[in-house]
Design a protein around this ligand. Structure first.
Ligand code: ATP
Ligand code: MG
Length: 271
């Protein structure tokens, strides 16, 4: 691939191209849960500038299941942090659900993050002394829900990841895959518009990884938007679209039409 084609950051469809290339400041239509336009993230390391993202254009629709791939240092986590409202870009626009979040202040960003984003990490990040149920309930405590409602909502989230029978277990009484399922339930409990997972199978063996991929696939089939960072091709193959990063730019953007067709049939069937 020539240098020029790499820089073109190919997009899957014309609609996506339009969403990212329309006039700066133009609100994307409701179809798009995420639109980034020319996102840059630079770090000033005492005079030396590290260019972690060098102009990323991505448009992601509601209900998409996308894997972000790329070699170490290509900017995957930097992009996830921006998409997850943990960080803001140095330049460019980030639109989340039709709201321009790239220029928001920290407190506004935190409010949007709590409402819109569910995070799943490689290291699960569960409270060791709390039961699965209590771990999943935690985000609802901050949301100010009554104890009874909290318990019901958390129990339902655990049911969605097939962990009802382990509700009262603490993390050290669960397998790695079960811990990650608790973390997924916790990420889902607030009904976020995006489930963001950074290397969710990085600490799991291959059999357990497949089990976790099945959970993501089921959630995607139910209409949950899922964005997953991975550097493993066989994990990315579970997603319906793969966006590859290289040196802080999108180097390819591939949709698996087969899965998209299957998925839209499933969605139509539900309606
Ligand atoms: N806080 C920071 N300060 C300075 N440079 C940073 C910072 N965070 C990331 N970088 C640099 O930005 C580039 C992209 O880093 P990033 O963590 O996004 O890569 P990645 O694709 O997630 O890699 P990996 O697969 O190893 O997790 C790297 O060159 C990294 O050194
Ligand atoms: Mg990373």
């Amino acid at each position: 691939m020539s240098e020029t084609t790499q820089r073109e950051a190919p997009l899957s469809t014309t609609a996506e191209r339009q969403a990212v290339t329309s006039q700066a400041g133009a609100t994307p239509s409701r179809d798009w849960v995420i639109v980034t336009r020319g996102i840059k993230r630079e770090y000033d390391m005492g005079g030396e500038i590290v260019r972690a993202l060098r102009g990323v254009d991505v448009a992601i629709r509601r209900n998409e299941y996308v894997a972000i791939m790329g070699p170490s240092g290509s900017g995957k986590s930097t992009l996830m942090n921006i998409v997850g409202c943990l960080d803001t870009p140095t330049a460019g626009e980030y639109w989340l659900n039709g709201t321009l979040v790239s220029s928001m202040k920290d407190d506004e960003l935190a409010r949007i993050r709590n409402k819109e984003i569910g995070f799943v990490f490689q290291t699960f990040n569960l409270l060791p002394r709390a039961t699965a149920l209590h771990n999943v309930e935690l985000p609802l405590v901050y949301a100010g829900m009554s104890a009874r409602q909290r318990k019901e909502t958390a129990a339902y989230a655990l049911e969605r990841v097939q962990l009802t029978s382990r509700m009262y277990h603490k993390p050290n009484e669960l397998s790695g895959g079960q811990r990650q399922r608790v973390a997924i339930a916790r990420a889902l409990v607030n009904n976020p518009s995006i489930l963001l997972a950074d290397e969710p199978t990085g600490n799991l063996d291959s059999a357990t990884s497949s089990e976790i991929m099945k959970v993501f696939e089921e959630l995607a089939d139910q209409g949950q938007t899922v964005i997953m960072v991975t550097h493993e091709a066989d994990i990315a193959a579970h997603a319906r679209r793969v966006v590859a990063l290289h040196d802080g730019q999108v180097s390819s953007d591939t949709r698996r039409e087969h899965f998209v067709a299957q998925n839209s049939t499933a969605i139509e069937a539900k309606q």
